[in-house]
Design a protein around this ligand. Sequence first.
Ligand code: ATP
Ligand code: LTN
Length: 336
Amino acid sequence: MSDNQKQTIFSGVQPSGKLTLGNYLGAIRNFPILQEEYNCIYCVVDMHAITVHQDPAALRRATLEVLAQYIACGLDPEKSILFIQSHVPAHAELAWVLNCFTMFGEASRMTQFKDKSAKHTDNVNVGLFTYPVLMAADILLYQANLVPVGVDQSQHIEICRDIAARFNNTHPGTFTMPTGYFPKAGEGAKVMSLADPAKKMSKSDENENGFILLMDKPEDIMRKFKRAVTDSDARIVMDPQEKPGVSNLIQIYALATGKTVAEVEAEFVGRGYGDFKPAVGEAVVELLRPIRERTEDLLKNKDYLEQVYTEGAQKAAYVARKTLDKVYRKVGFVKR
Ligand code: ATP
Ligand code: LTN
């Protein structure tokens, strides 16, 4: 299939800290699988990250680290466009126009806005409020058909579709209607905290025993899994309602080893957590080892990373400009 017959995929990850096993199993793991059949565009969304406080030096480092991890997880800069959001000004430009097509009420209903404004009470800024509008601009600029994300982003995909529909209603034929591409339940859709299985695993969790980082050392991974919260009934069976901690570990082990849930349950019949938790730890150590080593190598080669993001931004800017020109014309801006 030629490139212009292929459908387009767009996704982004925030450099708001170090990436977790949740980010990997819920989203990034799926990115390389799709790069053969689609035109793929993957972005490091640094502009989204500053909706909460960031240390400037740490943000710069984390941005390069996410880019390196994209490549370490299997994205090939020759096949996919990899770039940094702030390098393509069309994102901010389209976001402004889309702000004027987004209703205050619908933005107020976003649960991520409610959660993050409750968590960062000293910094409930307008950027946090219009976060989903910038995300809609990211997606719509590239006329993306599919957007691979974790289920926690489903509300943001819905509002993006609502904004696109509203704009297309006034100005027909402007944007392609995107669809979310979510992992199936139990296949990484939502990886839970190891310390509190009622919460999603999040890199901004204050309890560092709750998350596994892609860059964690093997001994840290083993320690965190050995301490993972389970329950008093020591059977190793999938039951997300009654046994959320064990079910989360079963999901992680199944994904890390390529086994089905039934195979995992069979493997541990009659055995307890003393066998199971270290087995999950070891499987995750082996899953992450090549990613961590490749990321470390790439981070030593800043010239290569610079070449990747520079070429990526050029290619992305070309596609984005075409959409932005069309939008500017449709809303009535004078051609410059
Ligand atoms: P923060 O914790 O700073 O809010 P985040 O990790 O939720 O950040 P991103 O880094 O932008 O947010 O997420 C990148 C991708 O990882 C998104 O597609 C998101 O849906 C997915 N993701 C994040 N956490 C999980 C999780 N625990 N399980 C499955 N997918 C996840
Ligand atoms: N909000 C997303 C990150 C993100 C994104 C995007 C994902 C920003 N822009 C465009 C897909 C497409 C998150 O995962 N927290």
